[in-house]
Design a protein around this ligand. Sequence first.
Ligand code: NI
Length: 192
Amino acid sequence: LKIYEPAVAEIDLATAEMSKYNSKVDRKLSDMHGLYQDVEATDKMLETGDPVTYIYYALEQPSEVGQLTFGTTIIYPGKVGDEYFMTKGHLHEKENYSEIYVCVAGKGILLMQTRQGGVKWVTLTRGDSLYIPPHWAHRSVNIGDDNFAYIYVLPADSGHHFDTIVEKGFAKLVVEKDGKPAVVDNPNHIPW
Ligand code: NI
């Protein structure tokens, strides 16, 4: 039996900036190539630089049943074409695993989808806390003018599966339409 030590991280509850993490990822626009519908707009933006569109921090724990990993995600404001900055989106490799989000800043839409055809989305602002049940893929979209940021907690052995979303997309896109955020059908979506 291995007994682990309790661990403390520091999270700024105004911004979701985290310290004492053991993992940080900067997701640049080039990492998202092909995920935004407007590939031409993606390429055009990449001509003048490769902005970081979101970051996430984690206090990762060993990938074992019973362990939890937690951290924060911060999505910057911006758009590619009409589509708001967003995360890649994933299923958990262990698809029967769930996750909790607690929004601390900004305004976002959580797109969720199952292999069984379920499609849902919710809007999150500070204090909104979301339970993502097993089997729901999830993507976060920043629909505001400021950072959209949240704390997440998930089983440490969840794993992340991106291929289905990279190859087939989500059923819905979150775009600016008539100056406002709108959730619209993705014309290029292939059923999962
Ligand atoms: Ni997840």
